[in-house]
Design a protein around this ligand. Structure first.
Ligand code: HEM
Length: 568
């Protein structure tokens, strides 16, 4: 079945339009940069303009694409070439850039800043989130957290990934026993939340048992819905600045902040670092920017990574810290302390990154898992081959080792293919500075929009079956997938602002899929095909309802795998 054969709802169209509008930075928002006078430079082709919210007549052409925003961009790319522009009424022009070399220029050479409208997400991500910071501040944050997301550290964290997945396996066992249909996407959301808390922050929270009732989930979900409402309803976006909405946002943010701050303070105390609890409470509770001192510090210096080089091998000292640290947060705290002149810690910066990882670290990977299971159900021959590989590599072991996961080449290909045909993060936006141009086009004060989906569907790069879900393409020696230019495959973006969590997400997805497929068989239980619900990420709209059955005994499965060995 084709990669985008599932039809999409008109509702998701409208949300999609609004997302573009939001990312573009609607004029109604206070965060839109000023509009300077236009410099010289040619203008790219302009397809029929995207409709504004109330212009339903002009929406007709748009809906003809079955409400699929990314497919519309793909269609326009085929009609107008790799550069074209549109403008949503009331927002700056949006130039779509689909040429791999031009994207590389923007992301690696020119390193344009992110679109200012991402700032609307700061209540969820934290005021110092590395998603939005730039320059030295951003570099300091990446330097502090990069080692925790490296493969060498993640290798040691594998038991954490496994123990969270065991909760999921228990839940699926109960479902198989009771012949219950599970909403797989929902279960993967809860599992990936467990993983980020455990591996990221060293905190055990049983989200699968607590479900939607746990205080951390309740706080996160409430704030998320509140913030998303203003993003989705662009014409009413200004209402977020009304005093009662500002205080509601602050109140909800405070609930989330206090939950995560409690974890942070606990972890610091476990590390022997005492924290001024009152100040921590104030930081979690109000809109203040404070740098707290800890027992080993005496002033309020920030974590000064500004001039540290991120590239290259980890130093021996960092490697030792990796060995001694149980989770990513602990490692980052140690690195910050080491670099700090006086041992002080910027708690607000740490809290912001915790919020960022909590938000960015689960929804995306849960989407990847949900979509992968949907594709496996649609392609039983792929599922059989994958299950055979898992059985052959794991044998009777119920806990995969890092080495075993690395040996699963077909699993790797399945995940790469799933990320290609349905990249969880659909749109990336940068801001063209005043006076700038790209490939001869004026990009001054424009949003430069890149769609990984458009890049992944280019038949000139991927071949005529670009739209098909076909993991084998990644294993064909000398095939088109081996020759794609870097910016034609970018589910995790690329360049210095690529996804810090890419290795984390892949290890997590491999662990969860291998452990699920070793024990269970799945069948799609929905009465209509899955559809995309475009939110900040591309969700499976119906939640991937699945019937679960126990797979034949591992020994029998291993025998079947041996028989299928030639196909591995
Ligand atoms: C399948 C899973 C994931 C996908 C597809 C994904 C995709 C992306 C993409 C496309 C970007 C670039 C955004 C932009 O330029 O606007 C990004 C950035 C980021 N991601 Fe992920 N992500 C995933 C998982 C994770 C995980 C597990 C974490 C953390 C635990 C994470 C944390 C981040 C952060 C902090 C950034 C901002 C990096 C920076 O600007 O320096 N992501 N991700």
């Amino acid at each position: 079945m084709g990669g985008h054969a599932a039809p999409r709802s008109h509702r998701s169209t409208v949300r999609g339009i609004l997302r573009v509008h939001a990312v573009a930075g609607a004029a109604s928002g206070s965060t839109s940069p000023p509009q300077p006078s236009r410099p010289k430079g040619k203008q790219p082709p302009r397809p029929p303009e995207l409709p504004g919210l109330m212009h339903s007549a002009s929406m007709t052409a748009y809906l003809a694409t079955q409400g699929d925003l990314e497919r519309l961009l793909l269609q326009w790319r085929q009609q107008h070439g790799p550069f074209f522009e549109f403008q949503v009424p009331g927002s700056p022009p949006v130039m779509v850039v689909a040429d791999p070399e031009a994207i590389r220029e923007v992301y690696e050479v020119l390193q344009y800043h992110k679109s200012p409208r991402y700032k609307d997400l700061l209540p969820i991500l934290g005021s110092q989130s590395m998603v939005m910071s730039e320059g030295h501040t951003w570099k300091a944050q990446r330097d502090a957290f990069n080692p925790g997301f490296s493969s060498s550290f993640l290798k040691t964290a594998l038991p954490g990934f496994i123990s969270c997945t065991e909760h999921l396996v228990e839940r699926l066992e109960a479902a198989a026993e009771q012949r219950e249909v599970v909403q797989l996407h929902h279960l993967t959301v809860l599992t990936t939340l467990e993983v980020i808390c455990k591996v990221g922050f060293g905190e055990d929270i049983d989200f699968l048992s607590a479900g939607r009732s746990g205080p951390l989930w309740t706080a996160f979900e409430g704030l998320g819905r509140h913030v998303a409402w203003f993003l989705d309803n662009v014409p009413l976006n200004w209402m977020k600045d009304l005093p009662w909405n500002v205080s509601k946002t602050q109140r909800m943010q405070q609930q989330l902040d206090s939950q995560l701050m409690a974890i942070l303070v606990k972890r610091l105390q476990e590390m022997g670092i005492s924290v001024d609890r009152q100040a921590a409470a104030a930081l979690a509770g109000a809109d203040v920017r404070t740098t707290l001192t800890t027992s080993s510090s005496s002033s309020d210096a920030e974590c000064p990574f500004g001039d540290t080089d991120t590239g290259g091998e980890a130093s021996a000292a960092t490697e030792q810290m990796m060995l001694d640290s149980k989770d990513i947060l602990m490692l980052a705290v140690k690195l910050c302390q080491k670099e700090s002149v006086d041992g002080s810690l910027d708690l607000e910066m740490l809290l912001s990154q915790m919020k960022t990882f909590f938000a960015a670290g689960h929804d995306t990977t849960a989407g990847l898992l949900g979509w992968t299971m949907w594709y496996l159900c649609q392609h039983p021959q792929v599922e059989r081959r994958l299950a055979a590989e898992v059985a052959a590599v794991l044998g009777s072991s119920s806990q995969p080792s890092y080495q075993q996961l690395s040996e699963m080449r077909y699993l790797n290909a399945v995940l790469k293919e799933s990320l290609r045909v349905r990249p969880p993060v659909g749109l990336l936006a940068r801001w063209g500075p005043e006076g700038s141009s790209l490939a001869g086009y004026d990009t001054s004060s424009k949003v430069l929009l890149v769609s990984p989906y458009v890049q992944h569907m280019d038949t000139q790069v991927w071949g005529p079956d670009a739209a098909d879900f076909r993991p084998e393409r990644w294993l064909e020696e000398g095939g088109p997938a081996q020759r794609v230019p870097p910016y034609s495959y970018m589910p995790f973006s690329r360049g210095p602002r690529n996804c810090i969590g890419a290795q984390f997400a892949l290890l997590e997805a491999k662990t969860i899929l291998a452990m699920m497929l070793q024990k269970f068989e799945f069948e799609y239980a929905g009465d209509k095909p899955e559809e995309v619900l475009m939110s900040v990420t591309a969700h499976p709209k119906f939640g991937v309802p699945l019937r679960v059955r126990r797979r034949a005994q591992p020994a029998a499965a291993a025998a079947a795998a041996a028989a299928a060995g030639a196909g591995l």
